[in-house]
Write a protein that binds this ligand. Structure first.
Ligand code: AMP
Ligand code: MG
Length: 287
């Protein structure tokens, strides 16, 4: 799989309409990628143990998408090989009044990964340049007029880019996934959520209201991705009409990222080795 096809580092122009959301590379069914994904899961799990033991680098995985693009199932899948002790998942909903009383990064900062850990964000501070842009929600904020001007969103792109740079320089790498779904596939998945009783809970009539703003959202995603993709903290645009394929690419990207981090178990010093030997001696003698 050529992962560069999906990667945006700020040098390319982002054009979402030029993307084939149904793309599945040379694969036709989920069975074709099953063994790849299984191998990936094993290696990711080993690398995560090292990441945790080393404690030098934190990894922040951000998932953004239109409703029904498969964020939840992609996250579930990413988690499958990962030791729960080293990972936290956070979902970002409509901000509470406490959250609205703070700057928009505040709620994300509180749950950033410590070094050695992985944090998965199901939605994120990117909502503050997506839904907030589409509905001009910043105009409703209780802030001085200078904080809600026509270029508020543009300023936020810079703030986010700088924020992620800052994290990178402090040992935290941010990888951003946009699960790119077609409007038609969203329609079908919504219908399935209505038809299937076990999926009813996932559907809300608000989803239909937001669907009306489809083009505005696409525009918002396109400019946000273009403005915040960097070499250090890239965006990946993942074709999402076939869930099995998006999950396979995501696992490949995660594996590649972790290989690049290349975490190592801490090296034992001669002094530590001596202590281990002493402990072995005591335990062997059943002390
Ligand atoms: P879901 O992820 O489907 O449970 O929905 C969460 C909802 O919260 C989505 O409609 C998001 O757009 C919305 N949301 C998340 N963050 C924000 C935010 N900062 N401002 C407004 N709405 C948000
Ligand atoms: Mg939803």
């Amino acid at each position: 799989m050529n992962l560069n096809r999906y990667k945006f580092n700020g040098k390319q122009k982002v054009e979402l309409t030029a993307f084939d959301t149904k793309y599945t590379d040379c694969f036709t069914t989920s069975d074709d990628v099953k063994s790849i994904v299984e191998e990936n899961v094993k290696e990711i799990s080993e690398l995560q143990s090292k990441l945790y033991a080393e404690g030098k680098t934190g990894l922040l995985l951000i998932f953004q998408a239109m409703d029904a693009a498969g964020k939840d199932s992609a996250i579930k899948h990413v988690m499958s090989g990962i030791n729960p002790q080293g990972v936290n998942v956070h979902s970002f909903k409509q901000p509470s009044s406490e959250e609205l009383a703070h700057d928009y990064l505040w709620r994300a900062v509180k749950v950033l990964p410590e070094r050695g850990k992985i944090a998965i964000f199901n939605r994120s501070y990117y909502e503050d340049v997506l839904v907030v842009k589409v509905h001009k929600l910043y105009e409703k904020l209780n802030v001085p007029p200078r904080c809600k001007t026509a270029d508020t969103i543009k300023k936020r792109y810079e703030q986010i880019k700088n924020f992620e740079d800052y994290l990178w320089e402090n040992g935290i790498i941010t990888i951003k996934f946009f699960l790119h779904l077609s409007k038609e596939t969203q329609r079908k998945r919504f219908l399935r959520r209505i038809d299937n009783k076990d999926k009813n809970w996932k559907f809300s009539d608000a989803d239909i209201r937001e669907r009306k703003f489809w083009d505005d959202y696409q525009e918002a995603y396109q400019s946000a991705i273009g403005a915040t993709a960097t070499e250090k903290n890239p965006w990946y645009i993942i074709p999402a009409d076939k869930k099995w394929f998006s999950r396979a690419i995501i696992s490949n990207i995660l594996l590649q990222t972790m290989r690049e981090i290349d975490p190592q178990y801490p090296v034992i010093t001669p002094e530590q080795e001596a202590v281990l030997e002493e402990s072995r001696r005591k335990l062997t003698k059943q002390e």
